[in-house]
Structures are given as structure tokens and as C-alpha cells.
Design a protein around this ligand. Structure first.
Ligand code: DGJ
Length: 550
């Protein structure tokens, strides 16, 4: 080898290994998901992280001026994370010309307040429609086709079956992720990404364009059939039943394999959305592999029949009943998330923790009920976090959200240490279900909802209609309990001949992870000398030691 060839080879080798080294350094450190016992946690800078978040209104992040006065108000509401829109139209106003000024200003704004960001990629779809794609995409339907209804009428929704649509979106998303890596690959202000927003077909239960009709009449793709066969025993029950009723066929058209009807239309759309969104997510991850999730507009329940069927809600979105199609079609997507704007919160948490899906709630309520839901998400369902919609309106240092989040933030380290290990749980109680019993360690713990304080000396609290109680086990007889508007009672689970007494009850706070006791509670504050009372206008924390007697 000539000397100059050797020199060039050596330089190239060291450049390549320097790049590989920095890549390795970056990739071990970047926010990622990690399994812990039965839970999946979000790891940020090497530590589990609980998202105590809220989402901005859709258009807020499009203006630096609008955001400026809002940032300090958001921080004063005791959040640690803001969910903010990044739109394709403002990111790529002309094809191939990217503008990341708004993304940079979001990152700067969040960093100044010590907040993290979850960016929401409003690309091809938002709430079942296509309104955030750039004008050069919107106005060129020849190149970027839209879906059609049964009568062949075009709908304002990009087709899932077009490679041109998919590739244009994926190119822009990849450019965004490349930019986030360059701007934030060390600091990790941005911790997760939502890919698209509430996708699915609104109106008909599936796309009826000629391309879609052809795919629907054609065979169910091999990849999906293989997935179904490999996961036959763990499929979501609705899907398994449908496949079983049609004879567990291993090939055939969509209607042959799953039977005719709206549910099959929905499954077909779910597969096609998952393929497209999964491809976009994979293109982004190839640049910077942050955890990625998709969110679902949910079916609305039997009281609203028109919004409870595919097409009444976006058909093919990542709903629980079609989870398997999303898992099979979009493996680059880490989490399927429900936007819970319906009352039966606990049901949705149960449905969205099927098949090991980690629970993250990107949209829900931010009132007193919302705080209760945030506590239950983290403490009962081992969730990654919670985010009510509309922090523009909810930001208020004295509001329900700020008061609840302040307490949740105090106990977050205890929660994160115990997720997935069976040493913590939570209950939701309300007027309809005022009592709830759970077992934790050697005790059965019962929360009893008390809309009004029972102690006439207690401060008068505004009425709340649903509250949470969080039970954290510190040792065999030691617990931390978080509650509001309730009494908490104990029995032994191990030996029914024994009674349970309160040895020590302290109320207090965790300051930088250290317990700082306040009042020692006894007498009227522990009714009948055997229960805890949580009264007043906010969640409080009690640290207790129990004992047993015959
Ligand atoms: C659900 C959507 O995902 C959000 O972007 C927003 O439009 C809310 N609905 C409004 O309530």
C-alpha cells in the first residue's frame, strides 16, 4: 500500500470509528422505553420518567409570540412536559425546503422553564382529515390521491394506499427527526413523538377508491396472516372471535377471512393506516429513534350509536379492537394511545393495556377528575404518563391541575421505583362506585368516597365527583397513601382473626425525594382511631405504620 493511500485509509478508519463512537454514545443515552417487571417505562437521561404533562391547543405552537407569555404559566402549573404540534405545512412550505425555526423556538422555550417536550407530527392526517399537509400537496391530487366514499366522491383525506403520499410525508418527518437529533441529541428536551393525529376514515367505514376496492377484494397480506397465526392465542378477543367465526382461514380476501361488515372494513383500514404510519415512523427512527406513539379518537359508546361505529369515529385508527393490525403493520410504533374524552376512563385503560401495550394518555381532562385519572394512570396501570388537552386554558398556578400535579410530582419517584413490581396500586371512587377495596401486601385497603368532609372542623372543600387514592407500599406494615375527599380503611388480608390499628400516621410532603413530616395525625383526624381521613380542597399525602392485634 502506498504511503498516501495508507494515510487516507487511516484517516477514514478513524473518522468512521469516531462517527460510530458518537452514534453509540448518542444511542445509549437517548430517551427510550425499557421493560421493568410487568411495566414499560420511559427512560430519560438514564432514569425512569413519569410524564406529568398537558397538550397545547392545535395552533398555539405556530406562533413564537403567542407562546411567550404562556411558557411561565405552564411551568407554574407544575407540569414537567408539554405536548406541542409540529405541522408538515409549516415545516416544508415548499417541496424540499425545510424550516425548523418553530421547532427550535419550542425547544428553547421549554428548556428555559425546565420542561420536556413531546412533539406531535401533524402530517398526512389530523382527526381523520388531511388539513395539515402543505399547499403543494393539498392542491395536487393527481400526485397525492385522496380517498373516496361509496359513490366515488372524494373526501378531504389523503389515501393510505399511495406510495407518493407516504413517501412525501416520510421524507418530511425524517428531516424533522434529523433536525431534532442535531438540535437536541445531547440535551433531551424532546422525549417522545406522536406520529400523525387521530387517523382513520370519517364518514364511510372504509376507502372506496378503485385502488382501495382492489386491495379489499385481493388477498389479506401475507405479513398480516403470518402475524395472526403466530399470535393466535394472544390476539385481542374481538379479532380472534371474528377470525374464528369465519373458520380461521389462513388465506383469502378480507371478507373471506374475517366475514363481511363494518368491523372488517375497519380492520382493513387499520392495516393500511398502520403500514403507512409505521413506514413514516420507521423513516424518522432511522434518523433519531425516540419512542413513538399514535393516538386514537375513541368509539363513543352505545348512548351515541352514530359515533360508536366505524366511520362515526375514524375507521382504522389505533383502537383497542384492531390493535393487532397496528402491531403487525407498524412495528416501529411503540405505543397505541387512547385520547380519553369519554367518561368510562378505567375501561379504556384496561383495553389499552392488553397485549403488553404501555399506557400513555396524550389527551383527556384537566379538571379534578383529570387529576384523579392522572394518579390512577401512573399508580394502577403503570402508565408512562398523562396529559389533559388544552393547557392554554388550564394553565393556572391555583387551579385543580396545578394542585394535583404538585402532589403527583412529589410521589413520582416512589411510583417509578415500584411500577411493574406489585408494590403499589390505586383506585378511582365516585358517586356511582363510592367504595373500592384492593389488596396490597398483607393488607386489604378500602377507599370510601366522601363528597363532603365528615369532620365539622375540616376546611370546606369544593365538591368533586371522582377522586383517586394511591397506595404505595414501603415495607410490610408501612405505606404512603395519597388521597382526597375520602376515608381509607384497613383489614388484614393474611389473618382474619386479627384487627388492624394505626401505629403512626403523619401527613407531610416529599421535598426533593425526602419525607418532611407535618402534623402527627390522631384523635378526630383518624376517625374511630382506625381510618385515615383525607379532607380539604386538595390531594394530601399520609405516611403510616400499621400494627395488628387480637
Ligand atoms: C382531539 C384532537 O386530537 C385534538 O387535536 C383536538 O382537536 C381535540 N380533539 C379538541 O378537543
Amino acid at each position: 500500500m502506498k504511503l498516501n493511500t495508507l494515510v487516507i485509509t487511516t484517516i477514514l478508519t478513524s473518522l468512521v470509528s469516531a462517527a460510530a463512537f458518537s452514534q453509540a454514545k448518542l444511542s445509549t443515552n437517548i430517551p427510550h422505553l425499557e421493560k421493568r417487571g410487568t411495566a414499560t417505562q420511559l427512560i430519560v437521561d438514564g432514569k425512569p420518567f413519569l410524564v406529568i404533562g398537558a397538550e397545547l391547543n392545535n395552533s398555539s405552537a405556530s406562533s413564537v409570540e403567542y407562546m411567550q407569555p404562556l411558557w411561565p404559566k405552564i411551568a407554574a402549573t407544575n407540569l414537567n412536559t408539554v405536548l406541542a404540534t409540529v405541522s408538515w405545512e409549516l415545516t416544508e412550505p415548499e417541496e424540499g425546503r425545510f424550516d425548523f425555526n418553530l421547532v427550535d423556538s419550542l425547544i428553547q422555550g421549554a428548556r428555559r422553564q425546565n420542561l420536556h417536550l413531546i412533539l406531535l407530527w401533524f402530517g398526512s392526517w389530523k382527526n381523520g382529515k388531511s388539513t395539515y399537509q402543505p399547499v403543494w400537496v393539498k392542491t395536487n391530487q393527481q400526485r397525492f390521491p385522496i380517498i373516496q366514499d361509496e359513490k366515488g366522491k372524494g373526501l378531504p383525506t389523503l389515501s393510505t394506499l399511495s406510495d407518493a403520499n407516504r413517501d412525501a410525508d416520510a421524507r418530511a418527518f425524517a428531516a424533522l427527526m434529523r433536525h431534532i437529533r442535531a438540535a437536541d441529541g445531547e440535551a433531551h428536551t424532546v422525549i417522545m413523538i406522536q406520529v400523525e393525529n387521530e387517523v382513520g376514515v370519517l364518514g364511510p367505514s372504509r376507502d372506496h377508491s378503485p385502488l382501495a376496492n382492489q386491495a379489499f377484494a385481493g388477498p389479506v397480506p401475507k405479513e398480516f396472516m403470518n402475524y395472526l397465526q403466530m399470535h393466535k392465542d394472544t390476539l385481542i378477543p374481538e379479532l380472534r372471535k371474528r377470525w374464528e367465526s369465519a373458520g380461521f382461514k389462513t388465506s383469502g380476501s378480507w371478507e373471506e377471512v374475517f366475514g363481511a361488515g363494518m368491523a372488517t372494513d375497519e380492520l382493513f383500514m387499520a392495516w393500511n393506516y398502520a403500514r403507512y404510519v409505521g413506514h413514516v415512523a420507521a423513516a424518522g427512527k432511522a434518523e433519531y429513534p425516540l419512542p413513538m406513539f399514535v393516538n386514537a379518537w375513541l368509539r363513543q359508546g352505545p348512548d351515541k350509536p352514530n359515533e360508536d361505529k366505524p366511520g362515526g369515529y375514524p375507521s382504522g385508527g389505533p383502537l383497542a379492537q384492531v390493535m393487532d393490525a397496528w402491531r403487525a403493520g407498524g412495528p416501529a410504533i411503540d405505543i397505541l394511545s387512547p385520547d380519553v374524552h369519554v367518561p368510562n376512563y378505567a375501561d379504556w385503560c384496561t383495553w389499552y393495556t392488553q397485549s403488553g401495550n404501555p399506557l400513555f394518555i396524550p389527551e383527556s381532562r384537566g379538571d379534578a377528575r383529570g387529576v384523579a385519572q392522572a394518579i390512577a394512570t401512573a399508580g394502577k396501570y403503570d402508565g408512562i404518563g398523562y396529559s389533559p388537552f388544552g393547557i392554554d386554558r388550564l394553565a393556572n398556578p391555583d387551579g385543580e391541575l396545578a394542585k394535583g400535579y404538585q402532589v403527583l410530582a412529589q410521589v413520582a419517584p416512589l411510583i417509578l421505583e415500584r411500577q411493574g413490581l406489585g408494590k403499589m396500586t390505586a383506585v378511582l371512587v365516585d358517586k356511582e362506585t363510592p367504595r373500592s377495596k384492593v389488596r396490597l401486601g398483607d393488607y386489604t385497603i378500602e377507599a370510601r368516597f366522601a363528597a363532603r368532609a365528615q369532620d365539622p372542623n375540616a376546611p370546606v372543600a369544593p365538591p368533586v365527583d371522582r377522586v383517586a387514592s394511591l397506595f404505595i407500599q414501603l415495607g410490610p406494615d408501612d405505606y404512603v397513601i395519597v388521597g382526597r375527599s375520602m376515608g381509607v380503611y384497613f383489614e388484614t388480608a393474611a389473618d382474619p382473626t386479627q384487627s388492624v390499628g394505626l401505629a403512626v400516621v403523619e401527613e407531610g410532603q416529599y421535598v426533593d425525594g425526602r419525607w418532611v413530616p407535618g402534623r402527627r395525625l390522631n384523635g378526630d383526624e383518624t376517625p374511630e382511631w382506625k381510618a385515615l381521613w383525607f379532607q380539604g380542597d386538595r390531594y394530601t399525602i399520609q405516611k403510616i405504620k400499621l400494627y395488628r392485634y387480637h
